[in-house]
Ligand binder design. Sequence first.
Ligand SMILES: Nc1ncnc2c1ncn2[C@@H]1O[C@H](COP(=O)(O)OP(=O)(O)OP(=O)(O)O)[C@@H](O)[C@H]1O
Ligand SMILES: [Mg+2]
Length: 262
Amino acid sequence: MPEAALALAPSVALTGDDRFWPVEINGLTYAAGGKVLVDGLNFRIVQGPVTAIMGPNGAGKSITLRLIAGLIAPSAGTMSYGGASMPGANQIAVVFQRPVLLRRSVAANLDHALKTYGVDRDQRRDRVKALLALGQLEDLARQPARVLSGGEQQRLALVRALAAEPCLLLLDEPTASLDPQATAAIEGLIARAKADGIKVMLITHDRGQAQRVADDVLFMHAGRIVEQTPTDRFFDRPQSPEAAAYNDGRLLLPSNASNSGS
Ligand SMILES: Nc1ncnc2c1ncn2[C@@H]1O[C@H](COP(=O)(O)OP(=O)(O)OP(=O)(O)O)[C@@H](O)[C@H]1O
Ligand SMILES: [Mg+2]
């Protein structure tokens, strides 16, 4: 049996819901503190390719992710999900750089998540087992989640998000403080999610990571999307001077770039 098939028991087979697609984003704007921080984004999220969101610190990447996830409300603009104005329950999952885990064991964190997602008690045991295997967390199942290392916590957060069987998985710098081995484990889970039909969008500052896992790069600067380009081309021949400058380590956000009304 191939390794991938071992990792997920059939009961955890992840299936996308076609009715979720495409996600259309029109004029998405977010202002706070007298500044326009995300400025009229127009783009479409399609199922399949892994998208890296890149851009300098303060470009508006994390705000954009939170807007897409519905965690904050836009100041203007619309989003639609397969024509509906709201995503369905559990269709979008988010993992942040510092995951928030419950004060209970690793296995209990997964069991609680599955319960939240409406999985019956008699199915949860097998699914917790499969998720532990997927995250290579079997030996840590009874450990309190909060004593796990950063890399282990991130693996747990990621498989907990996958337990939702989301259509869209949003990751905000999921490996920012992890060593190469822990990073490789997370990238393996991203590849697995993609193979299972989950659309993954991840914010990363790591060029190597973008090249390893992403099919295209959505590049942001000063609250705007400057370009969306296949990954190889983005690093070889970016379309915009901003992306070229970023790739050469020359790009900073202009301090007044996102002032409203200027
Ligand atoms: N509530 C707020 N009020 C005012 N400014 C805010 C607020 N939230 C975020 N900002 C500013 O919005 C800008 C964009 O923030 P965001 O977190 O999206 O950046 P980012 O692209 O994710 O950057 P990084 O790479 O550093 O994570 C930053 O300059 C930040 O200081
Ligand atoms: Mg950020």
